[in-house]
Design a protein around this ligand. Sequence first.
Ligand SMILES: O=C(O)C1=C[C@@H](OP(=O)(O)O)[C@@H](O)[C@H](O)C1
Ligand SMILES: C=C(OP(=O)(O)O)C(=O)O
Length: 423
Amino acid sequence: MKFKKINALRGEVTIPGDKSISHRAVMLGAISEGTTRITNFLRGADCLSTIACFRKMGIDIEESPDQILVHGKGLHGLQAPADILDAGNSGTTTRLISGILAGQSFESTLTGDASIQKRPMKRIITPLTMMGADVESLSGDGCAPLRIRGSHLKGIDYHSPVASAQVKSCILLAGLYTDSVTSVTEPYVSRDHSERMLSSFGAALKTDGCTVSIQPEPRLMGQEVAVPGDISSAAYFIAAALLVPGSELLIKNVGINPTRDGILRICRRMGADITILNRREHGREPVADLLVKHSPLKGTVIEGAVIPTLIDELPILAVMAAFAEGSTVIRDAQELKVKESNRLDILVHHLSAMGADITGTEDGMVINGGRPLHGAVLESHLDHRIAMSFAVAGIAAQGETEILQADCVDISYPGFYRDLLKR
Ligand SMILES: O=C(O)C1=C[C@@H](OP(=O)(O)O)[C@@H](O)[C@H](O)C1
Ligand SMILES: C=C(OP(=O)(O)O)C(=O)O
């Protein structure tokens, strides 16, 4: 896929549904009683992997263009899968399902693609083992495939070394199948979609700063879930409108949960003109429309507690920083090394190839922005966020940028290139 400078982005764009919320709606629907109706479900490959896994455990899931119906079988209604569960490219599927599988009375094996088989799973194996599950990395390296022998679990009070919503959610889901309260404390607050959705399905949770506790054995009831647009997908349009002169773009129906909105806070600090319009609630999730106008940007520091609130937006923020005046420092972002690819190394490599002044550090990078960027031929490394970030770099840089294996955007945003280039 090739990109050149484009004309100003004007008019409106509606962003597909939130990936994190779509996964959770299927999972909670499956272990609830009655039917869960999901609208604006993200039909990206990752969320389709979650659907496929639950179908293998006997859950009837009806897909039509305007809704997904999950016919739940209650907390203890899943059946042993006849076959290996395949999470594809999805870390969220792998880690969250593991929490549910740990509480079942059957054994299951869970794997995924080559990228998933390199991502760290000890972070969930450790707490699930403390809870009494038997979880084994079959390759012996702490990664998938995982063999999970579930059982009735015991509640734990776990202090996670990483701020990770996947770890937190895995433990909270396992905490549904215990004999006492389960608590998770993380160093910084990560996205809280699981907590919000578990409460609305009927679980009893308490949040106190960085600690969340859940009571076991709730009666979960199927719900209507209207999935907001994904702020992580909106991020590419925010960046494109800020970078391309003359742009004024209304991005409609974007989830602005405060545990996900770090991109907005950092963009504003960089000098971005973004107006939040029409604030409303979709179930328990805040939603708004974003009016974004082309703005000259300046560098900033991105570190600490804001990192988990924009973890998937760091690639596009690094691209924006390369176009901004002055230097941007990103710290505390070592998690970027263990996503679908090593995003830290790839950002440094690709932005350098486009002419940026960027240096990688142990836990982030330093970008001296404002140098003119030129096109380059860049590998996506089958990482959707890398492909989308450099598509945006390509429409703002001089000359032509080519992204190889660009189809991987289907993981989180099928139709991304059409939406970006249609105007
Ligand atoms: O819980 C979730 O839905 C997610 C949590 C984040 O991962 P970590 O929990 O590993 O930080 C994020 O990067 C991922 O895209 C989705
Ligand atoms: C890291 C991501 O997702 P996951 O962990 O679910 O693969 C992402 O979407 O950027």
